[in-house]
Design a protein around this ligand. Structure first.
Ligand code: HAM
Length: 426
């Protein structure tokens, strides 16, 4: 037998049994975003490699080690998107969406990072992202956080912690960087290999180290917080005041620096302790310099991205069943003529009851076997179509989950029965 080809490590199939939870998550998030007036956008999965280098930053884990980059047949260097912000900015600029206007946008889809796979960390994973353009004030930072809070409410997720920080503006960060490097240089002997490597290119990321042996050094480091300028401080204070007023608890984490270089001022993450090491389910912040960095006019911007797989893991853990996708009815066919006509009758029913989820029995077989399949489909009702019923223009409705008489109905009667049932369920 030929050897079977397996999926790529860290890339997973989403199986039919998982669809209910995906659908529930995606529909809930979409509804919330509709409620805040955000418009959906779809960008290509592949972009020029240069786009990610210039936006995420050359000296970041993502660009240095994790990108799926390749040369296409024209010799262009392309990359499977490791995140959505860069592509969204590129698309907005290219299509004139940032010219004299503001934007509130969302997108979803797969992202790709060649990380070491573990629970909650995959090489292909999904994000639902939000980006806003043209808003300077902290009200929009707040709005994006309100959106996330509303999403947790809709999903029934509790126990998530909001961590916030301010990274100041570019000049403040450059000044702080010098201070930090001077401090870390003195403590070189206490830095691990990873931090030594970052010392030159991206010293702020050292603050984010999870190595417990580095904790003391990091705690003793000068804080960017103490070096924020007046504007940045005011922005952050207003953000905090807004969160307080809205009753959203948060923790200021001065070590929250994010793994992508484009941020300034507010950054935030929602974290949980229930998922092991990969506890961040949502991350984002302000990135006022990115549009300009990519060749556009200076444009303030804020956004975040949800980690879909991590949220699904939380939903599963909390016992959430997800969307009800089971058919309302399973059409059982008895007799040669019924078997032949079944597919047509089923479609007529769907036409009369457009929201009806009806699964048609295909492939023949005895009545017992068909009812077994009806049961397995999860449908609360079977509709039985025999040659006899067919001749009289009727079907028999039979409850499968609760007691109740079976009864004969016309097709129109069955359709209104299901229309009412669906209407009642909402
Ligand atoms: P990020 O922190 O790189 O930010 O990713 C956002 C979220 O995606 C993470 O918090 C996590 O939930 C999920 N995630 C990241 N990597 C993986 C992985 N390998 N496996 C599973 N889930 C993962 C961004 O991507 C920014 N573009 C967010 C943003 C939008 N900032 C402003 N606008």
């Amino acid at each position: 037998m030929a050897q079977q080809i397996k999926a790529i490590r860290g890339m997973h199939d989403v199986l039919p049994e998982q669809a209910a939870l995906w659908r529930f998550l995606e529909d809930s998030v979409r509804d919330v975003l509709d409620g805040y007036g955000y418009a959906e956008m779809r960008m290509p999965i592949v972009e020029m490699t240069e786009l990610f280098k210039r936006s995420i930053g050359e000296v970041t884990d993502i660009v240095e080690k994790e990108m799926y980059s390749f040369e296409d047949r024209n010799g262009d260097s392309l990359t499977l998107r490791p995140e959505g912000t860069a592509g969204c900015v590129r698309a907005c600029m290219e299509n004139g969406l940032l010219h004299n206007q503001t934007q509130r946008i969302w997108y979803r889809g797969p992202m790709f990072r060649h990380e070491r796979p573990q629970k909650g960390r995959y090489r292909q994973f999904h994000q639902i992202g939000v980006e806003t353009f043209g808003f300077k004030g902290p009200d929009i930072d707040l709005e994006t956080i309100f959106i996330t809070r509303r999403i947790w409410q809709r999903l029934g997720l509790t126990g998530l912690e909001l961590q916030i920080n301010s990274l100041g503006d570019a000049a403040e960060r450059t000044a702080y960087r010098e201070l930090l490097v001077a401090y870390l240089d003195v403590h070189r002997d206490r830095l691990d290999a990873d931090s030594l490597r970052r010392l030159d290119g991206n010293p702020l990321r050292i603050l984010d180290s999870k190595n417990p042996e580095m904790r003391d050094v990091i705690e003793g480091a000068p804080s960017l917080f103490d070096h924020l300028g007046e504007e940045s401080r005011r922005h952050f204070d207003e953000l905090r005041a807004g969160l307080d007023a809205a009753g959203i608890p948060y923790v200021v984490n001065p070590c929250l620096v994010r793994g992508l270089d484009y941020y300034n001022r507010s950054v935030y993450e929602w974290v949980t302790t229930r998922l092991g090491a990969q506890g961040t389910v949502c991350a984002g912040g302000r990135y006022d310099g990115l549009v300009e960095q990519l060749g556009g006019k200076p444009t303030p911007a804020v956004g975040f991205a949800l980690g879909v797989e991590r949220l699904l893991a939380l939903l599963e853990e909390s016992g959430c069943k997800g969307a009800d996708l089971a058919p309302h009815a399973y059409l059982v066919l008895m007799g040669t003529e019924a078997e032949r006509q079944g597919v047509v009758i089923a479609d007529r029913l769907r036409e009369l009851a457009p929201r009806l989820r009806l699964q048609l029995h295909c492939g023949g077989g005895g009545i017992k076997n068909q009812f077994k399949k009806a049961d397995k489909s999860g449908a609360p009702y079977a509709l039985v179509l025999g040659d006899d019923e067919l001749g009289r223009g009727l079907v028999t409705l039979k409850p499968l989950r609760e007691a109740g008489e079976q009864r004969e109905m016309t097709l129109a009667g069955a359709a209104s029965f299901f229309n009412e049932l669906i209407e009642k369920k909402g």
